[in-house]
Design a protein around this ligand. Structure first.
Ligand code: MG
Length: 281
């Protein structure tokens, strides 16, 4: 595969992400897919056929769950991922179904926001989240898939501790530099260096720091217009040896047309940086 193929975050049904046809029109060969609510073998086959026609490849299928809320940072901690105890078993089962669906789409991995991870020292609940992610990893591993944890809802050191404790070879990271800024969880470039060996997919997303990081949200920005520093981000990816897909994620554009235009500008920006950085070595 070429180095740093571009990607976008896409969706089959309405909701997060753009349609695969939009990605194709922008000359983007890969997508990460937001898992649809309905995931029958027949729907997987129909979607695979649509992608084959476009010559596109799904790299990661991302799970998201009923009842999650991103209203504010505290609410994320209470509602997102495998961290809330009340929904953990059902969501673990759902991630296994998403792995079955991802396998049918010939994806390489499933991904999720595991939630705001507790610290190991917080005791029993840490063990519960660890068991849940191991169960998902073991199921995905039998299907030949990796499991990618989205970064940003905890500092890099907490994530590293969790990955080390999980002891699963197919557990990796989807690095999203903007999330580190949005949640106020640390400098994204330094964090990328710290978690480098685990990074198997990335989101190219940008954001501006909040006045009170970690208390208020930062603000998502079009790619290249935030505080990440896309050239430094790509150079750091090269330094850690990551040349997998660069998947553009644009979540909060005001409407579909603006989202498409901004992703188009993101594609142009990344193509320019790729030429500048890759042609030098
Ligand atoms: Mg992301």
């Amino acid at each position: 595969m070429q180095r740093w193929p571009l990607g976008v975050f896409a969706s089959i049904d309405a909701g997060l992400g753009v349609q695969p046809e939009v990605a194709h029109a922008l000359g983007v060969p890969t997508i990460q897919l937001h898992a649809p609510r309905s995931r029958t073998p027949r729907q997987a086959e129909a979607f695979s056929a649509r992608l084959r026609e476009l010559g596109m490849q799904v790299t990661v299928v991302f799970g998201g769950f009923e009842g999650e809320s991103y209203a504010d940072i505290a609410t994320v901690g209470r509602t997102v991922g495998l961290v809330p105890p009340a929904t953990r078993a059902a969501r673990t089962a759902e991630m296994k179904e998403i792995a079955d669906f991802a396998r049918r789409l010939e994806a390489e991995a499933i991904g999720l926001h595991v939630g705001a991870l507790p610290h190991r020292a917080e005791g029993a609940d840490y063990g519960g989240v660890l068991s849940a992610i191991r169960e998902v990893c073991d199921h995905a591993g039998r299907l030949g898939l990796r499991v990618h944890l989205e970064t940003g809802q905890e500092p890099a050191a907490v994530l590293l501790e969790f990955l080390g404790d999980a002891q699963r070879e197919n557990l990796a990271i989807n690095f999203d530099p903007a999330n580190m800024i949005l949640y106020g969880c640390g400098d994204p470039i330094r964090a990328l260096g710290d978690v480098g060996p685990y990074v198997r997919s990335v989101h190219c997303k940008d954001a501006r720091w909040a006045a009170r990081p970690g208390v208020d949200w930062g603000r998502e920005a079009p790619l290249g217009e935030g505080d990440v520093g896309m050239e430094t981000f790509l150079r750091t990816l090269a330094a850690i040896g990551y040349f997998g897909p660069l998947t553009i994620e644009r979540e909060t554009a005001p409407d579909a047309q603006r989202q498409k235009e901004e992703i188009g500008r993101g594609v142009a920006l990344l193509n320019g940086l790729k030429a500048k950085i890759l042609n030098r070595d």
